[in-house]
Design a protein around this ligand. Sequence first.
Ligand code: ZN
Ligand code: ZN
Ligand code: FE
Length: 757
Amino acid sequence: MKVAKKIVISGLVQGIGFRPFVWRIAQKYQITGWVKNSLAGVEIFAEGEAKQIEGFIAALKKEKPSLAKIERLRINEEKLICFKDFSIVESERKEEGVLIVPADLPVCDDCLRELTDKKDRRFRYPFINCTNCGPRYTIIQKLPYDRKNTSMKGFPLCQDCSLEYQKPDNRRFHAEPVACPACGPKLFLYDNEKNLIAKEDEAITITAKKLKEGKIVAIKGLGGYHLAVDPFNVEAVLLLRQRKQREAKPFALMARDLLIAKQHVHLNKTTIDLLNSKIRPIVLCPKKKSSNIVRDVSPDNEYLGIMLPYTPVHYLLMEQFEALIMTSANLSEEPIVYHDDDAFLKLNKIADFILTNNRPILRPVDDSVAFVNHKKPLFIRRARGIAPLPLHIPKMQEGILALGGQLKNSFAITKKDYVYLSQYFGNLDNIPSRSAYLKGVEDFCSFFEFTPKVIAYDLHPGYYTTELAEEKFSAKIKYPVQHHKAHLAAVVAEKKVKPPFLGVVFDGTGYGEDGKIWGGEFFISLNESNYERFVHLKYFPLLDGDDSIKKPWKTALSLLLETNMDHEEFTLKWNIDKNELNLVTNRFSQNKVGSSSIGRLFDGVSALLGLKTIISYEGQAAIVLETKADYGENSFYDFTILNEKLPYEIDYKPIILGVINDLKKGVRNDVIAGKFHNTIVEMIVKVAKIAEHIYGIKKVVFSGGVFQNRILLQKSFKKLRVAGYKPIFPEYVPVNDQGLALGQAYLANKFFLRSDI
Ligand code: ZN
Ligand code: ZN
Ligand code: FE
């Protein structure tokens, strides 16, 4: 007997060849009807013998394309219409269900084969792609995902491409960005005065030649421009540093393949899997001593950020290079350049040449960045390849817009049971970054047809996002969230941690509920919606507020003055102007705020050792201290826990005295740095023991930017495991401030779960 069914599938089902797959199995089971993309995902009308329909539905679930993710599948009985065949019909806008927008994908193996096949009509075509690969999020203007809604709408298909696009058994069937040399985008190489130098394949040849001569070339990629430079050429690397006004912050490398990567960094199975993954992130790997990459590529640290090619242009170019510096093209702290006009306007002072193309990028997306933490990835920048894939958070309500913080920012919106965390937007302390962020929020809201009912934001009165929340955006409810609670909630949300647990949140600065600067925080959670401040680092005076972040010597001075140490003996080595030093010392009695920040303590110790007294990028002093530290060192400094009343306090004074004593004794910096790291680990273990004693807690959840420190991560993990605890780290949501938006959304949801929003 013939029956008819309507099947609605939600999840990651668009832009990955799902409809042709449905068409193919429909043929196999002799099903008639249609399939189409909708805002819900994919809708199917299927008619056939009851048995065949059953087999068809089972095959939908079992044989789905490897990239597909089915979140929900609903089946309804329908009246028979008696279709003659099965067809793929035009998409339709209709509001229901969850839609997952695909992230950008690296070139697939089939396309790579064609790219290097002389007989293929796409031989060396830099924009080759298919249903399994190519740009997605960066070229989709609006949903549903159809060519007319992408930045490919200006490239009408030629006859050959059109045939491929229409044939359900073709790999390019309904591949929206499909293109070829006859009809698709083209490459252009310009000099920095916008004179056209070369086109198409010749543009690649000349780009390679110029790079070999030590020139800087801006190259348009998926989510923005990169600046490319030869990493084996000292002058070229230093020229890039000088023109980009970037003193020491590391540059990322693109290696031709894994074999080349292996020559320069240590790899293991997890780093290899990450490098090869569809995300193709920059992976921070330990440098090899034998590597001949110029030291100035990553001067402060033992790690190199490395990635593999992911666009056809990269593959064509990397035929001629073992490795290239590929750093986001921007002006110092500004957002990545992705508009072609901006490339000529802003990058002409940095780049000698600009390799561009006429396929517009619709939204900026940086490269994602990760490293490996105990055989698992730990992303410290969530962007290309992940954004805008949502996180599934059960019981999440619709309508929350979480704005995040100020540094390394992102935002999030919630749909039923999902949080969509935006790509990375960087530091919001300059106007271009702020407008990019604002544009990003507007883009997301219209893209996902979202109207906020609740706005969650940071408690800090001085953040740009707080200003937006309070003055610019309108919503029924405004919900401020304490910074470190949001950090903790982000991990709880991602890893679905159930209370009771101890949360360890160490970072640079966050505004506390008492108006002080927090950052060395332990929380106890005994139920889902409440985090109680349990222990914190005893407040120490922070001189001149945020200026001390850029000048860690001020924190070192303040620690010396606070411990009543004679400071001249140390400050002499800091190379600080005497007058400024005296002025700051005299201000000590008035100009300070209390801070419990572990990040600042790291800064202070780094400066105290004379390692870094003034920094040129965020976190530099702590990174230098980590790089210096002797991993094999086992001893640590004393500290005391003051436990008369809750929250308990950890007294830092014995630690500083210990460091000073060692310095006076002439103990080497690497030993002191190692001991200091061990001390922080001991603190965590000690507090875990107290929490276990009082509350029987075994789970320890880690968050905050300080945990980008690998020594701290590894040693804490090991020590806690040995002591019988369960340490929990995030994976795909950064421990730094990019994770705040998720945590804010999670806590706002918990708070309002029982009321109507
Ligand atoms: Zn492909
Ligand atoms: Zn074509
Ligand atoms: Fe933070």
